[in-house]
Ligand binder design. Structure first.
Ligand SMILES: Nc1ncnc2c1ncn2[C@@H]1O[C@H](COP(=O)(O)OP(=O)(O)OP(=O)(O)O)[C@@H](O)[C@H]1O
Ligand SMILES: [Mg+2]
Length: 601
């Protein structure tokens, strides 16, 4: 074992600069262990076998050492060769059995550990899917990722090694101690003086080094966060020519990490030699006193030999236990961070009487809705609007006016503070969320495409859509022609959020995805903002066909796209300041008129 006090330094996945410390002291160790045990217990049978193997292995080790006593006393001293051979064969047998147990123990524990971590990972991921959007608003994504990487690794490694090692060390310690007492209580006294001294020293070193390790983990988190941020912001860095500053800042952070790591490693490096020296002192003392005892007090030579064997081994489990202490701590801290996410409240359950929608007409109304993302903040103030089935409602207004916010409320990404939102006259809080969301399709302001083929990405809107449906939807969205020009057409694989497409093409695919869903309510948030005006005119007909017969909400900065809306709502600071058709609003000569003039003169 090269390092005495060791803490894992798993690269990557650490939280950014503003993130929390990754290796921290577990706050509620007891509770965390109990929850972790809940996962381990599912592998109960195999785990029991592992512990049995540990018991066999340590038992074999202890026995082998003890056998020195009868071998020396009963065969070597009386010069009984046949007896000696028999004993040596017995020794060999026990040793082999112990080795087999050790191998099985290690293999089975890996299985137990990996199954446990896999279960934990699935549960964490499933829980993430159930969490409300609000949760992700206030989470650092890098930090969330690190629960799956860094924290899981800490748990996994500890389960792999530490548990069996702690168990075997404890048994070895107890067994050795009992056998030592059995051979010579007087000699055991020496060990009893030296070992607590060793423990005391070890704990002092650990306590000191822990501070440095924490500092090191912190610095590592900062460096990783910085790298992550600079890679994702590479284009911005380059365009403003900040490369040199970035490197300089990185050097400062890196220097800090170097300093803290050096300190941590230096301190942990002290552990091994100190322990070894103490061990040697213990051995020398025991050997001297033991020799005297055997000369003057008749302690048997075999007993002394076995005792010395134990005394020399005594420090090993002590050492191992203290070694495991740090990684155990890291694992518990990791598990705690994982469980903390699992304790986050999921989207509130649907009301008991919540209904599943049948076919709907698509009548939407907001009645005196108040909403803010955080307490004390009001984004929408007493907002009312109504859309009759099949109507096209346009939302226009300046940036930050609250257009996207309104549309976030309809699928219940967020719940409103007061007022009501009705779909076909039913309060949406009384509709099951899945049913509510299935009744509408949204083309978000920021597009998202999954890794997969173009076909799969469009079909995401409705999984049972046939290839023909997909192609029809793509044609409607005017995406068909560019898709055909892609190297493999509909089978082209999109990667990294569709990085190999232009922003406008990504939007067309998103529109096609909404089209294939054939929803009763359609929400288009800046769906055509990145599409050139010629293409926009070209897809206008398709869009009109898509919206025909569906209640549609269209958010657009380009007013040409909303001219034919049944009603245009002009939003300012969360309030509707003007409403009417294009012609009516122009006649009013208010804000809409000013906006329109601004775009077309
Ligand atoms: N997740 C969020 N948490 C807290 N505040 C938010 C959040 N999203 C938006 N806001 C705030 O709500 C206000 C309205 O934002 P919204 O996204 O609705 O504007 P918008 O009208 O869609 O603007 P744009 O035309 O730029 O898309 C803004 O002041 C913004 O700061
Ligand atoms: Mg918006």
């Amino acid at each position: 074992m090269s390092e005495a006090v060791h803490t894992k330094l798993t690269p990557g996945g650490l939280p950014g600069r503003r993130g929390a410390v990754s290796v921290e002291k577990p706050q509620e160790a007891g509770k965390t262990i109990r929850r972790l045990w809940g996962y381990l217990r599912r592998q109960g049978a195999l785990l029991a076998l592992v512990l049995l193997m540990v018991l066999l292995n340590t038992g074999a080790n202890l026995t082998c050492s003890y056998l020195l006593r009868p071998i020396i006393n009963d065969t070597i001293l009386p010069r009984d060769l046949a007896g000696l051979v028999k004993m040596v064969l017995l020794l060999l047998g026990i040793y082999c059995a112990g080795s087999v147990a050790a191998i099985l123990q290690a293999r089975w524990m890996v299985v137990v550990a990996q199954r446990t971590v896999s279960g934990l990972r699935t549960d964490l991921f499933a829980h993430l899917q159930s969490l409300p959007i609000r949760f992700f608003d206030r989470q650092n994504h890098g930090d969330l990722m690190s629960r799956f990487t860094n924290d899981m690794d800490n748990v996994s490694e500890t389960l792999n090694d530490s548990i069996t090692q702690l168990f075997s060390s404890s048994i070895t310690l107890a067994g050795t101690f009992i056998l030592m007492c059995w051979i010579s209580p007087l000699l055991t006294l020496i060990t009893l003086v030296v070992v607590p001294l060793m423990l005391w020293l070890a704990s002092r070193i650990i306590r000191k080094s822990k501070r440095f390790f924490l500092g090191q983990q912190n610095a590592l988190g900062t460096v990783n966060g910085y790298i992550e941020e600079m890679i994702s912001g590479l284009k911005v860095v380059k365009v403003f020519c900040h490369e040199e500053e970035v490197v300089r800042e990185f050097e400062t952070l890196n220097e800090d990490l170097r300093e803290k790591s050096t300190k941590a490693q230096l301190y942990s490096g002290i552990m091994m030699p100190v322990m070894q020296n103490m061990n040697t002192i213990n051995f020398a003392l025991t050997a001297t006193v033991g020799g005297l005892l055997s000369v003057f007090r008749g302690l048997d030579i075999g007993g002394l030999a076995a005792f010395l064997q134990y005394a020399r081994q005594f420090a090993r489990p002590v050492n191992e236990i203290s070694n495991q202490f740090n990684s155990l701590q890291a694992a518990l801290a990791g598990a705690e961070r994982i469980f903390r996410i699992m304790d986050e409240l999921p989207e509130p359950a649907d009301a008991d009487q919540a209904i599943v929608l049948g076919p709907i007409r698509g009548e939407v109304s907001f009645e005196h809705v108040n909403f803010g993302y955080t307490d004390g903040q009001t984004i929408l103030n007493d907002l009312s609007l109504a859309a009759k089935p099949g109507q096209k409602i346009a939302l226009v207004g300046s940036t930050g006016a609250g257009k996207t916010t309104i549309m976030n409320l309809l699928p219940r990404f967020y719940d409103i503070r007061s007022g009501r939102i009705l779909l076909d006259g039913i309060d949406i809080r009384n509709i099951r969320r899945d049913s509510l969301r299935r009744s509408m399709a949204i083309v978000l302001q920021d597009t998202h495409l999954f890794t997969g083929t173009v076909m799969e990405n469009i079909r995401y809107g409705r999984l049972d859509a046939s290839d023909e449906d997909v192609i029809a939807a793509a044609t409607l969205a005017n995406a068909h022609s560019f898709i055909r020009r892609l190297p493999k057409g509909y089978q082209t694989v999109l990667e990294g959020d569709g990085n190999n497409l232009s922003q406008g093409q990504r939007q067309l695919l998103n529109i096609a995805r909404a089209a294939v869903a054939k929803p009763a309510v359609l929400i288009l948030d800046e769906a055509t903002s990145s599409i050139d005006t010629r293409t926009e005119i070209a897809i206008q007909a398709g869009m009109d066909r898509l919206m025909a017969g569906r209640t549609s909400f269209v958010i657009a900065h380009r007013l040409s796209t909303v001219r034919n809306a049944d009603e245009i709502l002009v939003l300012e600071k969360g309030e509707i300041i003007e409403r009417g058709t294009h012609a009516e609003l122009l006649r009013m000569q208010g804000s809409y008129y000013a906006l329109y003039r601004g775009q077309f003169d």
